[in-house]
Design a protein around this ligand. Structure first.
Ligand code: S3P
Length: 424
């Protein structure tokens, strides 16, 4: 797929429903009493894997339309149970890790499989706390033998990970006593917000969260905001292309997801968020982005979880900013869908960007000019495919994106939407 250079991005768009929240609506909906009606569902390769997974476990899901579905919950208790099975999680790390937490409190043996990328990702990080709670979890392949006698634990996360935090909290629903997770830095809190909305007793402190065992959950309705991570490629492209004026509507602005806005703002970006409102604990709003000249900045460990999926895009913004930018404390990027330190640095360097990998991040020598362009492969990673496309519209010669289909993992209509707002 060749992405041609654009002059500017202009118009009004909306992006698909948030992937993190969509996964959780189906998984937590499966544990609820009665029906959960999900609107604004972000249908993609990953979230379809979640629907298929819960169906394999015996949960009925009715597709009403592309972005609307009804999950018919089986309730929380192991007695009503999910059917032991081999469950294919596809490419979805969130699915594999959150589901393992749910299955830890179910009776039976469950095997969770995935594609080549997912099979290579670290799962010890969930096995360890779930085993401490009384489940039997082994890795490679990931097998969960659940227990109906889990006990609550206090667990300090060795790495800042919302997926690990969520797995432990979900297991805590079926444990005896309180389960507490302590975070080294704040990570996305969609699980705790949704569990609280479903009636679970969740207690939040600045650097930890606790959950009490629950006997019933009920969500009823879930309204999924637009995915900030799907808006991010458009925000970066519009910032870099002079003359741009782009508004993205109904985007999720959960403060634990919007680190990219803070980083771009200190680089000099021109963005206005308006129509802010709160739905079931989640902030939603519209953002208008106009182009701006950027200056370099540094991103360090504390900030990383708030823009972990947007760090590839940060590299491109830094490439167009005056001065040297540094990312540190982001070793987690090495265990995403690809080793994103390698895929970002190798990919962008081939397009003429001056970027160098470090063990836990990268360094970018920015120049306020378009990169040359050329060829870049996604390596099968959806976020890298979108990075390559944004590099394409902001380049001089365009970018031939190899393995462009990978975008469908989170955002099937991405290329068409980008094209629809590109002025040439
Ligand atoms: C996610 C958490 C993050 C993020 C991923 C989605 C989630 O992963 O990178 O895309 O939905 O909880 P980690 O928990 O591994 O940091």
């Amino acid at each position: 797929m060749k992405v041609e250079p654009a002059g500017a991005l202009v118009g009004h768009i909306a992006v698909p429903g948030d992937k993190s929240i969509s996964h959780r609506a189906v998984l937590i909906g499966a544990l609820c009493e009665g029906e959960t009606h999900v609107r604004g569902f972000g249908r993609s390769g990953d979230t379809q894997s979640t629907i298929d997974a819960v169906r394999t476990l015996g949960v009925e899901v009715d597709d009403i339309s592309e972005d609307e579905l009804v999950v018919k919950g089986r309730g929380l208790t192991p007695a009503r149970g999910l059917t032991p099975a081999v469950v294919d999680c596809g490419n979805a790390g969130t699915l594999m890790r959150l589901l393992a937490g749910i299955l830890a409190g179910q009776r039976g043996r469950f095997e969770l499989t995935g594609d080549e990328s997912l099979s290579a990702r670290p799962m010890d990080r969930i096995a360890e706390p779930l085993n401490r709670m009384g489940a039997r979890v082994t890795t490679n392949p990931l097998v969960v033998e659940g227990s109906d006698a889990l006990h609550g634990i206090e667990y300090a996360l060795p790495v800042a990970s919302a997926q690990v935090k969520s797995a432990v909290l979900l297991a805590g629903l079926n444990a005896d006593g309180t389960t507490t997770v302590i975070e080294p830095a704040p990570t996305r809190d969609h699980t705790e917000l949704m569990l609280a909305a479903a009636g679970a007793r969740v207690r939040r402190r600045p650097s930890s969260v606790s959950i009490e065992p629950a006997s019933r959950l009920q969500l009823g309705e879930v309204e999924v905001p637009g995915d900030f991570s799907a808006a991010a490629p458009f925000i970066v492209a519009a910032t870099l292309l002079s003359g741009s004026d782009l508004t993205i509507h109904d985007v999720g602005f959960n403060p634990r997801r919007t680190g990219l806005l803070d980083v771009l703002e200190r680089m000099g970006a021109r963005m206005t968020v308006f129509n802010r409102r709160k739905v079931a604990g989640e902030w939603i709003g519209d953002v208008q982005v106009q182009s701006a000249e950027l200056v370099a900045t540094d991103v360090t460990a504390d900030e990383v979880p708030r823009l972990v999926d947007e760090l590839p895009l940060f590299a491109l913004a830094a490439a167009g900013a005056r001065g040297d930018s540094h990312l540190t404390g982001a070793a987690e990027l090495r265990v995403k869908e690809t080793d994103r330190i390698e895929s970002v640095t190798n990919g962008l360097r081939a397009l003429g960007v001056r970027i160098r990998a470090r063990e836990d991040g990268f360094e970018v020598r920015g120049v306020p000019a378009r990169p040359t362009g050329g060829r870049m492969s996604s390596d099968g990673d959806h976020r890298i495919a979108m990075l390559a496309a944004v590099a394409g519209v902001t380049s001089r010669q365009g970018v031939e994106v190899r393995d462009a289909d990978a975008v469908a993992i989170s955002f099937p209509g991405f290329f068409d939407l980008l094209d629809s707002v590109s002025r040439r």
